[in-house]
Design a protein around this ligand. Structure first.
Ligand code: ADE
Ligand code: ZN
Length: 327
């Protein structure tokens, strides 16, 4: 099965570029940029990666991102992830970045976008990996701040495919961001949102009904609402699920009880993704392997999941058809 997964062409649709910051690069950049981090060494960092919910993880994740300062830092971070993609036979990636995490520290929006985009461009030319960039708004901040970020992005629209919504879910429902998503849609951006990771099914419903999202990031808790399940199925609204993330952040206690197989069998367009692989102990293939093992999934199931990853992507229909045929 491991070889089968390795050889399967895959797309990754739920990946925070800041969540690919491995401790080795964190230390290297901290030293170069003279940023203090609260760890003595790489082992120390890894030991700190024990979380009992989303918020303690986010606190550490934002602190880690503080070592990213220059355009070159964002290039190096992205390039390291693309090399991993090449290793894992990932042909297409749709990458989140959190501009507010960086602009709030005085890093220029353009440095972030141009650093990431240059690496993505090289990834296409040198590694044959296609990609899109998705700008995420931090939902613990206000909608006005999200609107400011949206306006800042417009000169760089050429580099950005869509907008997303991430960070602390509980208490920050999609309804808080209706205006900025409407503006983003009018500007021609695709829309996605994290929903139903820690928040209940109403967060997913709101993301669909009030934000008009093209897909749901996570969506684990959709099962709580039968009508919502039917809509997800009828309209084939994709879920970008992240098993190792959900295990690490205690969204699920044991992957043997994870609902991915059930959702797949019900007919939802379920995909598997890695979220923040440097923090959760596995990149994309490790997530596929965890699902195969814990849920006893077959090679056919793995093929369905990889086909779904392209079907749910923002690639052109013709490109999607071609790769699905190849799979
Ligand atoms: N930002 C990075 N990873 C996240 C996650 N799993 N949920 C919400 N926001 C995030
Ligand atoms: Zn995420």
């Amino acid at each position: 099965m491991k070889n089968f997964i390795q050889n399967l062409p895959k797309a990754e649709l739920h990946l925070h570029i800041e969540g690919t910051l491995e401790p080795e690069l964190m230390f290297k950049l901290a030293k170069k940029n003279s940023i203090k981090i609260p760890y003595q060494n790489v082992d120390d960092v890894r030991k700190a990666y024990e979380f009992d919910s989303l918020q303690p993880f986010l606190d550490i994740y934002y602190a880690g991102a503080s070592v990213l300062i220059t355009q070159e830092d964002f290039y190096d971070l992205t390039w390291a992830y693309l090399l991993k993609c090449k290793d894992q036979n990932i042909l297409h990636v749709e990458i989140f970045f959190d501009p507010q995490t960086h602009t709030s520290r005085g890093v220029a929006f353009g440095d972030v976008v141009e650093g990431i985009s240059e690496a993505l461009n090289d990834g296409h030319e040198k590694l044959g990996i296609s990609s899109f960039l998705i700008m995420s708004f931090l939902r613990h901040l206000s909608e006005d701040e999200a609107i400011k970020t949206l306006k800042e992005s417009l000169p760089y629209k050429y580099f950005i495919k869509g907008v997303g919504l991430d960070s602390s879910e509980l208490g920050n429902p999609p309804s808080k961001f209706q205006k900025v998503f409407r503006m983003a849609k009018n500007a021609g951006y695709k829309c996605v949102a994290h929903a139903g990771e820690e928040g209940d099914a109403s967060y997913i419903k709101e993301a669909i009904e009030l934000l008009g999202v093209d897909r749901i990031d996570h969506g684990v808790r959709c099962e709580e609402d039968r009508e919502l399940m039917k809509r997800l199925k009828d309209e084939q609204i994709p879920l970008t699920m992240c098993p190792l993330s959900n295990l690490k952040l205690k969204v699920v206690g044991d992957l043997k009880n994870y609902n991915l197989k059930k959702l797949l069998e019900y007919g939802l367009c379920v995909t598997v993704n890695s979220d923040d692989p440097a923090y959760f102990g596995g990149y994309l293939n490790e997530n596929y392997e965890a699902m195969a093992k814990s849920l006893n999934l077959s090679k056919e199931d793995m093929k369905t999941i990889s086909k779904n990853s392209f079907k749910a992507s923002f690639l052109d229909d013709e490109d999607i058809k071609k790769i699905i045929y190849e799979i």
